[in-house]
Design a binder for this molecule. Structure first.
Ligand code: PMP
Length: 361
């Protein structure tokens, strides 16, 4: 078998190796069932066990309080950009959105099809290199909800605080930082995330939603996107992404064995610090994001001399480090260091960055 690389992909992203090994072992015959999980009926007794265990583990990891539904849906976070206004407007006309970069912009654009959108704050003045402080937000007390992107995967800015939106439900796109640290779910009305960064394969979308927000969809809402219909059917109004749920369940068990989210938070802080300390100590590299808003998941940086970008990436690849190129919309570099990226990968990158600077600086 060929050696595994250090994978810094923004998503689909690295998965824990023990999870992949377990899935490989169980590929042809899951627990004596004589079938692969892929071949099981979603309503059969085996898959019901897998589904329930995944939900229970996720609830335990995030300490999801009573009164919240956990749904395993499809359509990705992009789908949620429509799903959220369709289901959460509940007779209101408008929603507040905070614009912190590429992914919030996409959410805003989609929501405008269904709602009057008030952009309550924007990071544009800082070229999206910082999160607007809450005292500058212009929230509307009549808004149906307030939407934020908890971690901007492309720009590399992350909320390290939870906004206070009073009685207006807070909705967060946590696609790229869910399960990276503990969060107080009770502060949120709805949390959504595509699985393919911190939870498993693409195809699964996790939605955690407070019960009282369920039940007043826009009449045009497709049944597959109807929160009430999906909640009533335990996410099985249609065939759920069974294999992705199974792998996510294995990832949740792996996370529990790592000390849960407190354990992950400590590891994630240490990994990010290694890179940010290196960037701060260097004049060869630039870390463009405001310090207090730096993402612990997506570390974006630039080489001061952009003509060296290609050589930097080539050298990284030769050392088994892949997917470091920044998103095409912003350029530069991006190291995505989600839960499953081991400290060894980050140490290798930090060492390579020093070496590259010494030979090209
Ligand atoms: N929001 C964020 C923060 C993301 O990082 C992504 C994917 N990179 C999306 C939304 C879109 O997710 P999906 O492709 O699963 O629809």
């Amino acid at each position: 078998m060929s050696e595994r690389v250090f994978n810094f992909s923004a998503g689909p992203a690295a998965l824990p190796e023990p999870v992949l090994r377990c899935a490989a072992d169980e590929m042809l015959d899951w627990h004596g069932s004589g079938m692969s999980v892929m071949e099981m009926s979603h309503r059969g007794k085996e898959f019901i066990v897998i589904h329930a265990a995944a939900e229970a583990a996720l609830r335990e990891l995030l300490a999801v309080p009573q009164g919240y539904k956990v749904l395993f849906l499809q359509g990705g976070a992009i789908g949620q950009n429509a799903f959220v206004p369709m289901n959460l407007l509940r007779g209101r006309k408008s929603a507040d959105y905070v614009d912190t970069g590429e992914w919030s912009k996409k959410s805003i654009k989609e929501a405008k099809k269904y709602a009057a959108v008030n952009v309550a704050a924007s990071g544009e003045a800082s070229r999206y290199m910082s999160i607007p402080k809450q005292d500058a937000w212009r929230l509307d007390a009549d808004a149906a909800y307030v939407h934020i992107c908890a971690n901007e995967t492309i720009g590399g800015v992350e909320y390290h605080w939870t906004p206070d939106t009073g009685d207006v439900p807070l909705v967060a796109d946590m696609s790229s930082n869910i399960l990276s640290r503990p969060v107080d779910v009770a502060r949120f009305g709805l949390i959504y995330a595509g699985a393919q960064k911190n939870m498993g394969p693409s195809g699964l979308t996790v939605v955690i939603v407070r019960d009282d927000l369920i039940g007043e969809p826009l009449p045009i809402t497709p049944s597959a996107f109807d929160l009430k219909q999906q909640a009533d059917a335990d996410s099985m109004l249609n065939t759920p992404p069974t294999y992705a749920i199974y792998i996510a369940g294995l990832v949740f068990e792996w996370l529990k064995a790592q000390g849960g989210l407190a354990g992950m938070a400590a590891r994630n802080r240490a990994k990010a610090q290694l890179l940010y300390d290196g960037l701060d100590a260097s004049s060869f590299y630039v870390s463009p994001v405001a310090r207090e808003d730096r993402s612990l998941m997506n570390v974006t940086f630039k080489l001061r001399d952009e003509t060296l970008d290609a050589a930097f990436l080539k050298g990284a690849e030769a050392r088994g480090m892949v997917q470091l190129k920044g998103h095409r919309s912003v350029g530069g570099m991006r190291a995505s260091i989600y839960n499953a990226v081991p400290i060894e990968a980050v140490e290798a990158l930090a060492a390579y960055m020093k070496e590259f600077e010494a030979s090209h600086g």
